[in-house]
Design a protein around this ligand. Structure first.
Ligand code: DOR
Ligand code: ZN
Length: 379
């Protein structure tokens, strides 16, 4: 539901300029909208960490999202259903009192994962996906898969049987491949051959960053292959890493790409396709580990994510498509019910904190110190 300051046509989705009294004959100025009331969103790709960091970040996600697919790349990684159940317990304990947030757990695929583990995962009703990290692709991926077709085929076949989605970090790890091409090469050399081999496997291509990924996802069967999209890959291009100096807080993996890729992702998402849904990839690292001679990859966007996604849809004149992206396409793909509670987004400028301080140190969020327009609040 959209509330506007002046012209009812914008709220009622009457074709541009048709409502009585609307003088905007050519362009629907999305900036007229002042309040949105949407179904509570879910985050289909989230890093909650453990220990102190988990305590610190859990309230930010649980205050804006109903559920989240929780990534398993802890140290050591969550490779079994038993570990996922224990991890879920510690997340529940870290949530603020009265929170209804529900963590949907994942397990980390290794060369040694057994088909039996997939059966256990399915029966658990705790695990909702299996995460593929190519070994060495990103943070804590050293135990990931070294040879998907050579080592994991029987497990993947069992995932088809169990209708268990494979959540893919889609980058090759060959250091000879240019870092900006690693997603495209992954699609060509791993993902397309995987789909040819197992056409019924449910796949989420996580945090897509390129036009190649958009085209690929659109070429696959709807309902079988989908993609999550982060706020940073919708709002920033690779210049943001080098704006007036090196900007470690804008460094994530897959790395930000050039502007043409960003635009392709924005068009795909704001065009209303069911194949794309919200996944923040919010990945907190302590400030000292980001601002270092070898800084960690990951952008902490949980506190700003909903405002940031709303900005993208507003700028594209597509606020009427926001709710499907944030709240419908994800649960529909995973075969889960949509949330029933709602969230209000009010057009009230607010300043993003420079950092969040905890006993162990600081975390710098995306858009630190900048002003954003949309403020979410649970209804
Ligand atoms: O930037 C990233 N950070 N990309 C990932 O794939 C992992 C994540 C993390 O865990 O820090
Ligand atoms: Zn991630």
């Amino acid at each position: 539901m959209l509330k506007t300051s002046a012209f009812p046509c914008h709220a009622l989705k009457i074709p541009i300029g048709k409502a009585k009294g609307c003088r905007q004959n050519l362009k629907c100025r999305a900036s007229m909208v002042e309040e949105l009331n949407i179904t509570l969103p879910d985050d289909w790709h989230l890093h909650l960490r453990d220990g102190d960091l988990l305590q610190a970040v859990a309230p930010h996600s649980s205050s804006h999202f109903g559920r989240a697919i929780v990534m398993p790349n802890l140290k050591p990684p969550i490779t079994t259903t038993a570990a996922a159940v224990a991890y879920k317990d510690s997340i529940m304990k870290a949530l603020p009192a009265g929170s209804n947030f529900s963590p949907l757990m994942t397990i980390y695929l290794t060369d040694k994962t057994s088909p039996e583990e997939i059966k256990l995962a399915r029966r658990s009703e705790v695990v909702y996906g299996v995460k593929l990290y190519p070994a060495g692709a990103t943070t804590n991926s050293q135990d990931g898969v070294t040879d998907l077709f050579g080592k994991c085929l029987t497990v993947l076949e069992e995932m088809v049987e169990q209708n268990m989605p494979l959540l893919v970090h889609g980058e090759v790890t060959d250091p000879k491949i240019d870092i900006f091409d690693r997603e495209k090469v992954f699609i060509e050399t791993i993902l397309q051959p995987l789909i040819n081999r197992l056409p019924k496997l449910k796949i989420v291509m996580e945090h897509i960053t390129t036009k190649d990924a958009v085209n690929f996802v659109e070429s696959c069967s709807e309902g079988l292959v989908a993609a999550t999209v982060t706020p940073q890959h919708l709002l920033l291009n690779r210049n943001a890493i080098f704006q007036g100096g090196l900007r470690p807080h804008n460094y994530c993996l897959p790395v930000l790409k050039r502007e043409t890729h960003r635009q392709a992702i924005v068009s795909a998402v704001t065009g209303g396709s069911k194949r794309f849904f919200l996944g923040t990839d919010s990945a907190p690292h302590e400030k000292r580990s980001k601002e270092s001679s070898c800084g960690c990859a990951g952008i902490y966007n949980a506190p700003v994510a909903l405002s940031a996604y709303t900005k993208v849809f507003e700028e594209a004149g597509a606020l009427d498509k926001l709710e499907a992206f944030t709240s419908f396409n994800g649960p529909d793909f995973y075969g889960l019910p949509r949330n029933t509670s709602r969230v209000k987004l009010t057009k009230t400028p607010w300043k993003v904190p420079e950092s969040f301080s905890f006993s162990f140190g600081e975390i710098v969020p995306m858009f630190a110190g900048e002003t954003l327009d949309w403020q979410p609040s649970l209804i």
